[in-house]
Design a protein around this ligand. Structure first.
Ligand SMILES: *[C@@H]1O[C@H](CO)[C@@H](O)[C@H](O)[C@H]1NC(C)=O
Ligand SMILES: CC(=O)N[C@H]1CO[C@H](CO)[C@@H](O)[C@@H]1O
Ligand SMILES: [Ca+2]
Ligand SMILES: [Ca+2]
Length: 210
């Protein structure tokens, strides 16, 4: 009897021991789980803060770039035809060049073309007004000729002469000596025809490019 009781006790003890062991292994698993969870949280927090640090750095670089652009943008507002070229003046969406040297109409035409422009086509009073204010009473070639057919004036860009603004001096064009086929601004900015090999200043124009 006594021995049997002892055996029972031993069994209970064994069972409890197994239970405790199981419990211990369970808690190890839980501990590991908790640890990895904590690790994941920490890692993601670290990477999140890194990402935000990076993005704020990126933003700083971007605003710096924007500020740089602003400076050149402001220059561009002040000098739409380019801050580096004082020769080109802005008027109504275009850039104008008033030459400092004199030459024949054909040479002037080529000079304008070499600067990616053309001899000015004066197709409105506003444009005439702007150009003649700049040229004063000096003679300046414009892009108008009747070389192809006497008396049939043509703008070099194909603008229709017959339906467009004109500003001839009274009595002009007179084709003096049967040899006046190129037009220039004359006294008070009024137009005159003169022989094309005459040497005078010239006005070029080009569209406003960036
Ligand atoms: C014709 O035009 C020329 C300039 O091109 C001028 O010198 C001359 O006086 C004009 N002739 C007449 C008759 O108006
Ligand atoms: C990006 C850029 O064009 N930056 C310019 C801003 O303006 C300054 C001064 O005008 C120039 O030196 C930069 O090159
Ligand atoms: Ca003529
Ligand atoms: Ca004339």
């Amino acid at each position: 009897m006594d021995e049997e009781h002892l055996h029972d006790d031993l069994r209970v003890f064994k069972d409890r021991n197994i239970f405790q062991q199981k419990l211990r292994s369970f808690s190890t698993v839980y501990l590991l789980l908790a640890l990895s969870f904590f690790l994941i949280i920490t890692l993601s927090a670290v990477s999140l803060s890194r990402v935000s640090a990076l993005s704020s750095k990126l933003n700083a670089v971007r605003t710096e770039e924007k500020q740089n652009q602003n400076v050149s943008g402001r220059d561009f507002l002040l000098f739409p035809c380019g801050p580096d070229s004082r020769e080109w003046e802005y008027f109504d969406g275009k850039c104008y060049y008033f030459s400092l040297t004199r030459m024949s109409w054909h040479k002037a035409k080529v000079q304008c073309e070499e600067m990616h422009s053309q001899l000015a086509v004066i197709d409105s009073y506003a444009k005439q007004n702007f150009v003649m204010f700049r040229t004063r009473n000096e003679r300046f070639w414009i892009g108008l000729t009747d070389e192809n057919s006497e008396g049939e004036w043509e703008w070099i860009d194909g603008t229709d002469y017959k339906t467009t603004f004109t500003f001839w001096k009274e009595g002009e064009p007179n084709n003096s000596g049967n040899n006046e086929d190129c037009a220039h601004l004359w006294v008070s900015g009024q137009w005159n025809d003169v022989y094309c090999t005459y040497e005078c200043y010239y006005v070029c124009e080009k569209p406003l490019h960036h």
